[in-house]
Design a protein around this ligand. Sequence first.
Ligand SMILES: [Zn+2]
Length: 266
Amino acid sequence: MQIKCTQCAADVTVQQDETFIECPFCASALFLDKRKVVFHYLIHSNFKPNEAEGNLKRWMSGNHTVKDLDLKSKIIKSEFYYFPVWYFKTKDSSGDKIHLQPAASTSVSEIKKLQIPAGALKFYDKNLHNEHEIIKPDVLYDSARQWLSDSGVSLETVREAALVHIPFYNFHYTYNGKTYTALVEASSGQVYANIYPAKSEAPFRVLFAMAVTAFILAGIVCYILAFVITDDFGEAVVAAEIFKIISYSLISVPLMIMAYVIAKKI
Ligand SMILES: [Zn+2]
């Protein structure tokens, strides 16, 4: 079969089932999807396994995840691979934009939000990488274009389409008997995870409801008390307001202690 090189327009002969192609004339890396030929890029990894794990641990000790996740979770395995995405560069009056769509199945939809720095795209070179680390695309180019069109992008604005392999460490870890997955993108070190043990907000909501109830009840009690001790309306209102200040400050103390304890625990 013959295809045309996207770069130099030379006719290139390819074998049946061959999808990763190098143009013998200009050395461009190409990807063949049915009859469509696009550039085939790869982004290099800048992180060693232990460095990627360090990023994961920092993310785990951060604010989004449950407290001490870095200490309480256990990493059970990790894999390194180059994950394929469809890359579309569009140009319209608002300028250039890059749209990404996973080219293989993944549970981490945040891959679409990935930022690809200019200059990071290198031609794929099969001599530089282990073939078993390269995930083969199974989402067709046409499906990716359809997705792009469905998400409101005019296909006429597409200036460039390419297949890009992005390096990832895929970590599996356990927490409280459940297994979770997190990806560390190995060129930037950014952590991606859709599902993780998150901080629970429920205890704070309960505490808030308790606080509101306590203040309302205290206000009522203060007024009843004030009207019991004096018959003068003006004096009673002043007394009630003074009682309120005292009782509110007394109630705040245990509430603040509880909020502090909850914040420490979760
Ligand atoms: Zn060429």
